[in-house]
Design a protein around this ligand. Structure first.
Ligand code: ADP
Length: 260
């Protein structure tokens, strides 16, 4: 097929026998391309706030003695905001590489998903990100055992709920549920935000993919949150599903097998 590349190797055995290896290079080429795209995207994402920081630092250096304090403060706030953006990006980049490195190591320890959900909600409610009373949690008191890595599951829950808070409409609730299913449990997070048009849905878990880049930036997004969610879900044999109705809201769910 066009665009397909093959590698041919011939190994000579004794008595004139040969083994011929024919391997399809296109999967390896695609992985190489993805890796170099990722490095290019990450560099671009880091370069933008870095350029802003250097620009404002230079301007501050050049300011004359009479420049008013509010202007200096404003510049410093911008520098701080851009530095925090870079910090979050570096944190997310490290997370994604750690989760990827763990990809083939299935977790073997039972953890309580309900406790993880409750703790994560409490942390979000304490942070500036959430507005109190925004989150309606229905995980109940019963333990929900799944085989998992506690820190990674907490990150998955955090990323999904924090998206619902970021992209939900102010004043509308975010509902978090743990729904038992046959041998499984469904973590479901629903918001009443603007929703996502159907053609974007399949691409949301790609690294750095955003429906609206300016909006994502303004709410402090890095474009890596759902890529991290996808990797963590896969490692835990969880099925991620994103359903959305434009104008009505979004429901993100992950179905995990219960620990026996
Ligand atoms: P970001 O850091 O930009 O939020 P994510 O990987 O977490 O990156 O999400 C990718 C994109 O998916 C977001 O930029 C946003 O456009 C869209 N998205 C994610 N969750 C929601 C949601 N609950 N409602 C509407 N859009 C969402």
């Amino acid at each position: 097929r066009s665009g397909q590349r093959w590698t041919l190797r011939i190994a000579e055995l004794s008595e004139g026998d040969r083994i011929i290896f024919l391997s399809d290079r296109s999967a390896i080429d695609a992985a190489d391309r993805m890796r170099s795209d990722f490095v290019a995207n990450a560099s671009h994402e880091l370069r933008t706030p870095l350029a802003a920081i250097l620009g404002y630092v230079e301007t501050l250096h050049d300011l004359t003695g009479e420049t008013d304090v509010p202007t200096r403060r404003r510049f410093l706030s911008i520098i701080e905001r851009e530095a925090r953006r870079m910090q979050q990006l570096v944190i997310d980049l490290l997370s994604i590489s750690r989760v990827e490195a763990d990809r083939f190591r299935r977790p073997t320890t039972p953890v309580d998903l309900a406790a993880i959900v409750r703790t994560t909600i409490a942390q979000l409610q304490d942070s500036e990100e959430a507005r109190p009373k925004d989150i309606i949690a229905l995980p109940g008191d019963a333990a929900v055992p799944v085989l998992g890595d506690e820190a990674q599951l907490a990150q998955l829950v955090h990323n999904i709920i924090s998206n619902a808070l970021k992209y939900g409409r102010a004043g509308t609730p975010v509902t978090v549920e743990l729904i038992p299913e046959e041998g499984r449990v469904r973590l479901s997070v629903s918001d009443e935000g603007d929703g996502i048009a159907p053609d974007h849905l399949p691409r949301l878990t790609e690294r750095f993919y955003r429906v609206d880049e300016a909006r994502s930036r303004s709410v402090g997004g890095t474009g890596l949150g759902l890529a991290i969610v996808k990797h963590i879900a896969e490692r835990h044999r969880g099925q991620l599903d994103i359903a959305s109705e434009p104008g009505k809201g979004t429901r993100v769910s992950v179905v995990f097998p219960l620990a026996a």
